[in-house]
Write a protein of this length. Sequence first.
Length: 59
Amino acid sequence: MAVVNDSIYATAEFVGLSLWLVPDNDAAIKFSNVINEYAEKLNTPSFLPHMTLLGGIVV
């Protein structure tokens, strides 16, 4: 199994692409409400609802 160094993806220098699926407007509102509720409770950042299909695609 190959060892991957993911630390480059957490830097400001990384430039790349991701492929996301996003819900339709009605579902996005529902998901956003849940995400925002837990982000506030857990003191974490909120984010737009999505599912990452591919991430860290180097360009």
